[in-house]
Design a protein around this ligand. Sequence first.
Ligand SMILES: [Zn+2]
Length: 240
Amino acid sequence: MEDLRELLAAARNNNDFLRILYMIRWRDGFCCPQCGGNKGYQCKRRYRMQCMTCGLQTSPTSRTALHGVRNLSAWFRTIRTFTDSGQMNAIQLSGLLEIRYATAWLLLQKTRMVLACWMEKCSEGFSIVPAEQMKKALFKSDRESRKYKDLSETSSDFTRKDSKVILPVAARFVFYLLWIYRGISRKYAREYAAEFSLNAKSKQLDMLELLEIFVRASPVNKNDILARAAPDVILLGGAF
Ligand SMILES: [Zn+2]
């Protein structure tokens, strides 16, 4: 683990990142994603494994949430934003990585989606909150978001009127969404709930723990993100 931390601190290019993912993915030995065989050898192309049973070559990112990613550096930097405050919006990320806003938005949404799937699989003790309770923070059009232009006014207004009638964790989530993002589209509530729940943990996940989640997760494509359906209930908190 210490070696990995040192490699992570020194990583600069795609090859460095592949090496790290290789070490994380097959830490406990090789497992072929096609036949489940556990005998393999490293190919001449570095960091690829070839299965001795079925012959499939597998890169450290094949069939993971990072499948097909060319710019691993951008991904690593995006995932890293979830290790500390985790409160970076797409405008800030596009500035940090010098990429288009739409690309930054997609990177963040994919990251949240992977984390949401992982959390729901491995966690328990969630508060289940009807999405209706959060309608102040769940909207999507610009016209509606203008209502929240004066955030201080919105926040005090919200606290006064609503915090007593909804679960405290839901009230904190609404406040978080208004404060950080000025509200979100309702169909992405599940993904932002995962981000919020990670932030609410007393001990945050570190970069290696997050990368482990990504190499164990299934691929996510753009259509998975765009085709999200608004959830009726939202899971918040949880012990994981
Ligand atoms: Zn195989």
